[in-house]
Design a binder for this molecule. Structure first.
Ligand SMILES: Nc1nc2c(ncn2[C@@H]2O[C@H](COP(=O)(O)OP(=O)(O)OP(=O)(O)O)[C@@H](O)[C@H]2O)c(=O)[nH]1
Ligand SMILES: [Mg+2]
Length: 191
């Protein structure tokens, strides 16, 4: 049994369903979620195969007045999930990808929410994501409805699984520092 930690942050526009999705993942009620003010934080112990994972989940606010806070929470995230609303014409995914560009998380999830209303989105995801996948970003796309916790849990599971896989492939290696013994001072003169 291995133990590990994952920091997951969820971002996206106001009202796309970020809090509802996290509630769904955490088996909490998903209806009547109040709009997020600033930031919310949850923890969960998650089991996957041989792993016990201590997860910290950061729920950011989509309202524009809070956007300046977001980088403080996306920084250092192993997984960032960008949520968009399938029922609105503009996903705004580009904006959020640009915002997390310098964070370079191990995994970026692109999650279309509200499949209970519509599953069709007019934007070409491939087009939007191409510049990032070309730079070898690990991007996982999917759709869900926060009302259907199975769809949410499936997507989170994929992201976590892929993260663990990447982590094993690229383990953090400590730099090798060689410390040589200081030279003994020999007597150079006899006075
Ligand atoms: N039909 C439908 N409505 C949803 C779904 N998920 C969330 N909603 C609704 O969308 C609205 C916004 O949900 P939130 O989860 O508060 O959205 P948010 O992204 O956290 O919003 P901010 O905190 O303001 O950034 C609420 O009225 C939810 O009930 C879904 O899967 N289907
Ligand atoms: Mg919210």
């Amino acid at each position: 049994m291995s133990k590990t930690k994952i920091k997951l942050t969820i971002v996206g526009d106001h009202n796309v369903g970020k809090t509802s999705i996290l509630n769904s993942f955490l088996d909490r009620p998903v209806f009547n979620t109040p709009t997020t003010l600033g930031i919310d934080f949850f923890t969960k112990t998650y089991h996957l195969n041989d792993y016990t994972i201590q997860m910290t989940l950061w729920d950011t606010a989509g309202s524009e007045r809070f956007h300046s806070l977001t980088p403080a929470y996306t920084r250092g995230s192993n997984i960032i999930i960008v949520v968009y609303d399938l029922s609105t014409p503009r996903s705004n995914i580009n904006y959020w990808l640009r915002k997390i560009e310098t964070d370079r998380p191990n995994i970026v999830g692109i999650l279309g929410n509200k499949t209970d209303i519509t599953t069709v989105n007019n934007e070409d995801l491939q087009d939007i994501l191409f510049p990032y996948s070309r730079q070898n970003w690990n991007i996982i796309t999917g759709k869900c409805s926060s009302r259907d916790s199975k769809s949410v849990k499936n997507f989170f599971r994929q992201c976590i699984k892929q993260h663990l896989h990447q982590d094993l492939e690229n383990p953090f290696k400590l730099p090798i520092i060689s410390i040589s013994e200081p030279k003994k001072k020999g007597r150079t003169c006899c006075t």
